[in-house]
Design a protein. Sequence first.
Length: 81
Amino acid sequence: MTARLIAALLASGFAVAGCGLKGPLTLPEKPGEVTIRPARTGPGPAAPAEGAQPAQPATPPVTAPEPPPQVPPTKDAPTGG
């Protein structure tokens, strides 16, 4: 068999196989009614004792590093182009 014949057979096989879905494509039905349930009301968080200090975070907040200062190019430096 030649390469052209093999390629033609493969192409026709893919064309006939398709994606495997039959019939028209449709979207599922939308639900008619949405049920919203209230959150469970359990015991709340314990209140801190009088005069107690609030808890400090374990790690300091993360800040973005400052970008390096802009340096003007020199005549001797390559320009990447």
